[in-house]
Design a protein around this ligand. Structure first.
Ligand code: HEM
Length: 182
């Protein structure tokens, strides 16, 4: 996973969970004295999950909840950081999700042959129901759910999110129904 995501995790911990001291303690607990993550350098996925697990333990919260909360935080940040790949003034949450696969994840760092972006596709069943399919060896569907909530906050929309099929239960992909609530 790219360092940019680790940087956002650092910002998330510092802003929402106790500042620099918490981040330093998390690094220490994972065996780093001090560590800088470079945005377009690839780091092992396990490092991110290990850091998130340490945060979950410190907060006495399930790992899935920490990943979802982090997703809500990072979705918003990514929209701002990678504004060149988006149409923020024209898009709402469903538009971002529909563009997450081809236009966004595949476009980012497309010259890096090492990248393994998540596969995200979506179709609208109705104006208020979008069915999202997610597949990635990282199995981060909790982050997906958080990203949807974060985007909803950005665009003033609320959703009921229901995962009907999950890779953690052995499925080949996660299927997530996203109902827009009026
Ligand atoms: C402006 C919109 C978006 C940008 C710029 C963006 C960017 C990124 C980047 C840079 C990564 C790290 C990839 C890597 O290290 O190889 C990533 C990962 C990820 N993104 Fe996005 N993303 C966006 C929208 C979304 C949306 C809408 C979703 C889901 C609803 C999503 C779900 C994920 C997930 C789950 C990961 C973790 C990696 C994995 O599962 O394999 N992203 N994204």
């Amino acid at each position: 996973m790219y360092g940019v995501i680790f940087d956002f995790l650092r910002d998330y911990v510092i802003e929402r969970h106790g500042g620099e001291e918490t981040w330093k303690a998390m690094l220490k607990a994972n065996g780093y004295g001090y560590k800088i993550f470079f945005p377009v350098t690839e780091y092992r996925d396990e490092e991110l999950v290990a850091l998130a697990r340490t945060a979950a333990e410190a907060l006495h919260t399930p790992l899935s909840a920490v990943l979802e909360d982090f997703g809500a935080y990072v979705g918003n940040k990514l929209m701002t950081f990678y504004h060149m790949y988006t149409k923020d003034e024209q898009w709402k949450t469903f538009d971002v999700i529909e563009n997450a696969g081809g236009c966004i994840h595949n476009a980012i760092h497309k010259h890096n042959s090492m990248r393994k972006p998540p596969k995200i596709s979506a179709h609208r069943e109705t104006d208020d129901l979008l069915v999202l399919r997610y597949q990635s060896h990282r199995k981060m569907c909790d982050v997906v759910k958080g990203v949807i909530r974060g985007l909803g906050e950005r665009y003033g929309e609320s959703f009921h999110i229901e995962e009907t099929c999950c890779m953690h239960d052995g499925a080949g992909e996660c299927i997530i129904n996203v109902y827009r609530i009026h």
